[in-house]
Design a protein around this ligand. Structure first.
Ligand code: HEC
Length: 133
């Protein structure tokens, strides 16, 4: 094969950088394989802001407790006060560019906030919402 053809193939077939757009697309496909249906930013937003009562009677928790309701603003770890950079990929281009990081934090944050793992559907809705901000 000619060098030019090989280069062209490489360029068209492989995402050269992990952008939020292609990482999210790949995650959504994976969640669909796991049984999720169409994803909704509105459903993601409503879940993001929902207050989850805690079984031990401590203060109710939401994703927005740390990340705030405005994803274009920085948030704050409510336990330690540590700054959390804005979640919106439009403001913070590092966001949603690393599938492993996304899954690691879904794991921790869903359990801490909701007391359980998030479903594939919920994760997809969250990603759609975050991406849209
Ligand atoms: C107790 C505070 C806290 C709560 C509540 C919380 N998070 Fe987070 N979240 C963090 C911290 C800390 C990080 C990692 C630091 C960073 O990336 O800036 C993070 C990172 C993330 C990331 C990784 C984003 C990326 O690509 O960089 C996602 C996705 C996320 N959180 C989603 C959620 C969702 C969904 C909820 C609600 C179910 C939630 N978080 C609730 C503190 C929290």
């Amino acid at each position: 094969m000619k060098t030019k053809t090989v280069l062209l193939l490489l360029l068209t077939c492989s995402p050269l950088v992990s952008t939020a757009a292609n990482v999210v697309e790949e995650r959504l496909q994976t969640y669909k394989t796991a049984g999720a249906k169409n994803f909704s930013a509105a459903a993601g937003q409503s879940l993001w802001n929902r207050q989850f009562e805690q079984p031990d009677g401590s203060k109710a928790r939401a994703c927005s407790s740390c990340h705030t309701t405005d994803l274009r603003q920085a948030g704050k770890q409510i336990n330690t006060g540590k700054l959390i950079e804005a979640m919106s990929p439009a403001i913070n281009p590092q966001r949603l560019t690393d599938a492993e990081k996304i899954e690691k934090w879904f794991g921790r944050n869903c359990k801490w906030t909701m007391g359980r793992e998030c479903t594939a559907q919920e994760k997809g809705d969250f990603l759609k919402f975050i991406q849209s901000q």
